[in-house]
Design a binder for this molecule. Structure first.
Ligand code: SUG
Length: 419
């Protein structure tokens, strides 16, 4: 089978909660302290995967990580039972669900050795995310263990913050041919941190053996980070020939588009002007945190969250674009409200890998029958709701650990139990 786009979605873990850990992520800050609904959250995620399958796209998954993160707490001399509530919350987050932050991926046509390279993100800026990478790496090594087709790299040294594919875009006539890779980094963001450092991306481009002539490093606008776009994928998304972005996404837009246009003359740039959709509306609705995909029927499709339909400026922009026969031909709406309330939209929940599905460990690929089985298991095992004040309850911790163990059993992925 030829190379194709496969989206790997993180299954929302049974500890999904709103502890407000992500400074600069406005939704997570706004919803801190509310009760979450892990079961509904995970089922919403499965339905999004089903919608992708029904469009004719290949679909994969990643499994939740062990929570509480006992290994991380142990390295800090603590246990889930004997630790302050802030550190405990940092060990209980289900944030690995946002697979766009799992790794940066360079597809085989772009790399010198014609293998698909993946570098696990160190996520060092936020404590609750900084301990994700060992368990993520273990999954990447299983899923993409065929070394004839894949090279999986460890994290870049934590001196330099790296948040993975959320800040990476690739342009190519089609997924399976040579592309241009664009790495978007932050420098400042008002009072909020710039989580992606250019040094990390320069290292990744070297490690992935990309052609420096076809690689761009571009600064995310400080205004966008300050407005709550903590990752570039909150204000821009790319797919094959198309760049869909907010007017204020990039610090030096003109220079960037000029260089990209020289390297990739087929570029179709679709800009949403600030006068029509404010940065604030774009970030609240997650218009750009959409999956931009090319289903087999060839009609470029934008998969947006319900919040985009509920934001009048955004929805009317999309209707005008569709009516004017713009580059985006179809809009699909998905309900991922539980994830959205922590600042994670449809694009955050998936890691896009260009690969031949036959070269991927099949345990990480899904069809509708597997989704049905997962829905049944999650309906039985996942907690119905979690109040963040109760994260230390022994019964809740036991239920969360049992739920993950049941999932690993169900997917025949017990190899990951000890990670
Ligand atoms: O890193 N939220 C995530 C959301 C990640 C979204 N990913 C992309 N844009 N690709 C983050 O800020 C909230 C967790 C909490 O507060 O418990 C959180 O980590």
């Amino acid at each position: 089978m030829p190379l194709t786009e496969i989206n790997f979605d993180g299954i929302v873990g049974p500890s999904h909660n709103y502890a407000g850990l992500s400074f600069g992520n406005l939704a997570a800050m706004r919803n801190a302290g509310l009760s979450s609904h892990p079961r509904a959250a995970a089922l919403q995620g499965l339905e999004k995967m089903r919608a992708n399958l029904r469009l004719g796209l290949a679909q994969g998954l990643f499994v939740p990580q062990p929570r509480p993160a006992r290994a991380w707490l142990g390295a800090l001399g603590a246990t889930p039972e004997d630790v302050d509530s802030v550190l405990r919350a940092n060990a209980m987050s289900a944030s690995a669900m946002w697979a766009a932050n799992a790794a940066t991926v360079s597809p085989a046509p772009d790399t010198a050795d014609r293998r698909t390279h993946l570098t696990v993100a160190n996520l060092r800026t936020m404590p609750h995310r900084s301990h994700e990478w060992p368990a993520t790496l273990a999954q990447l090594k299983l899923a993409f263990g065929d070394e004839r087709h894949f090279a999986v790299h460890g994290p870049v040294p934590p001196a330099f913050g790296d948040e993975g594919a959320a800040n990476h875009m690739r342009f190519a006539e089609r997924h399976e041919v040579l592309g241009v890779e664009v790495f978007v980094y932050g420098v400042g963001g008002g009072s909020y941190p710039a989580r992606q450092h250019v040094e990390a991306f320069r290292a990744i481009a070297r490690l992935h053996r990309l052609d420096p002539q076809r690689t761009l490093f571009v600064q995310q606008s400080e205004e966008a980070i300050a407005a709550g776009a903590f990752h570039n994928d909150v204000v821009a998304v790319a797919n094959e020939r198309i760049l869909f972005a907010h007017e204020r996404a990039f610090e030096n837009k003109g220079e960037f588009l000029g260089r990209l246009g020289e390297l990739f003359p087929a570029l179709e740039y679709v800009e949403v002007p600030a006068a029509e959709v404010s940065l604030e509306d774009a970030i609240r609705s997650y218009l750009f945190n959409a999956q931009l995909v090319t289903p087999p029927d060839g009609a470029t499709t934008l998969i947006v969250p319900e919040e985009a339909r509920e934001t009048p400026s955004v929805w009317s922009w999309l209707q005008r674009h569709l009516a004017g026969n713009g580059a985006i031909r179809r809009v699909e709406v998905v309900d991922v409200r539980q994830s959205m309330a922590n600042g994670g939209g449809p694009a955050c929940l998936r890691l896009r890998v260009v690969a031949d599905p036959a070269t991927v460990d099949p345990r990480f690929l899904v069809d509708e029958a597997k989704l049905d089985r997962l829905a049944e298991l999650i309906g039985r095992e996942w907690p119905e709701s979690i109040d963040p004040a109760e994260l230390g309850e022994p019964a809740l911790i036991a239920a969360i650990e049992q739920a993950r163990a049941a999932l690993l059993d169900g997917l025949n992925l017990r190899d990951l139990a000890a990670v």
